[in-house]
Design a protein. Sequence first.
Length: 121
Amino acid sequence: MAEQYLKKQGYLILDRHYTTRWGEIDLIAQDKKELVFIEVKSRKTKSFGLPEEAITEEKLSRLIKTIYRYLQENDLSEKNHRIDVILILVPREKKYSTIRHLKGISHPQDSDFSLDLDEGA
């Protein structure tokens, strides 16, 4: 679902489920001239919290280590890149899912950890 959404937005999917000892990058894509590392979080119910609540500083720290490894392995250390998050809520009682796309989330070492929201369809 997240991959289909990104393709409709004009992203080119380069890799899926890149894994290292530190963690996994769900999707790696190209958005114009920028390399985008995408974390996908989904929930079927809000009883375990919203999808964005699963994005902790620890999770981001592991993700960043994994991204640096990918950049080194592929000789892309100088390439512009960012981290996006796709949040998906798939309620059982509704016919349609809700997708939110957070572009360029802040790094956990920032004192003001924030998620910049760009609503998706």
